[in-house]
Write a protein that binds this ligand. Structure first.
Ligand code: ADP
Length: 263
């Protein structure tokens, strides 16, 4: 069954059409990459899933039902810039993720539930490689560590869908590679649906099981805002065949690790 469905979705800001005719069924457990030029509406697509924005026309469904009016713990998001709480330690930040998932209004767990939440938080902190740093505050962590923490905090809420908005864009290439090695097993183990916006085409191909590209295909020189972006490519990356798109082909190395080569 599809976790997420977009049915003839249009988004307009005044006279500007940003997205038009988006029809998309995203199966549970998919790792979807979204690519496209700046301004194509990638972040808008994430905001629709998050429930922060309503389509002008059409509907977005989560597990077959219309979204609640508010963003909820079933959808977590990690932004490019670290979105952790500076006044809480690593453990405090992850624990808050659990508390928000279970006690949305008071955000406080006491007694046995709190003890269990601490245990789970510590396991998650270990899974993202921050066990040596659990009592530190975010200001004492590197950018990559803060991003690991943001991922742990988002995952603590047990989201059905994890949204990643250029999550590794601000990291140096070495740290980025470490984050790639981290996110794929987490996605697999936790059986999440991930929707990731990225500018990095190698990252898009290397991590995802499916890739869509958004772009404007129709242009009106007299009224450049008249047409919105549509889905111009929709690729199943789990198939073995080479995929000719955007100047890249995908090749499987012997180890089963994905590599990319320019055409
Ligand atoms: P992308 O993430 O692909 O760069 P965005 O989704 O951020 O694209 O934006 C798509 C278009 O929508 C842009 O032209 C942007 O200016 C416009 N836009 C985004 N948010 C708003 C808003 N709140 N009000 C008006 N226009 C907006």
């Amino acid at each position: 069954m599809s976790t997420l469905s977009f049915r003839n979705v249009w988004v307009e800001y005044g006279d500007q059409v940003v997205l038009e005719r988006i029809n998309l069924e995203i199966d549970s457990g998919t790792f979807l990459s979204v690519v496209g030029p700046s301004g194509a509406g990638k972040s808008t697509l994430l905001q629709l899933i998050l429930g922060q924005r309503r389509p002008t026309q059409g509907s977005v469904l989560l597990d077959g039902k219309p979204f609640p009016a508010e963003p909820g713990p079933d959808r977590g998001i990690v932004f490019q810039r670290y979105s952790v709480f500076p006044h809480l330690t690593v453990l405090g930040n992850v624990l808050l993720g659990y508390e928000l998932a279970e006690r949305a209004f008071t955000a406080r767990l006491l007694g046995e539930p709190r003890r269990k939440a601490i245990e789970k938080s510590l396991a998650l902190i270990e899974a993202v490689g921050l066990d040596q740093h659990r009592d530190k505050y975010p200001s004492a962590l590197s950018g990559g560590m803060q991003q690991r923490l943001a991922i742990a905090q988002a995952i603590a809420k047990h989201p059905r869908v994890l949204l990643l908005d250029e999550p590794f864009g601000a990291l140096d290439p070495g740290t980025r590679a470490q984050m790639h090695a981290l996110i794929k097993p987490l996605w697999r183990d936790l059986k999440m649906t991930i929707v990731m916006v990225t500018h990095d085409i190698k990252e898009a191909f290397g991590l995802a099981t499916r890739l869509i590209a958004l772009d404007r295909v129709r242009h009106d020189p007299q009224a450049p805002e008249r047409f919105g972006a549509m889905i111009t490519y929709d690729l199943d990356l789990t198939r073995d065949s080479a995929v000719p798109v955007l100047g890249f082909t995908k090749a499987e190395a012997k180890s089963g690790h994905k590599t990319l080569e320019r055409n």
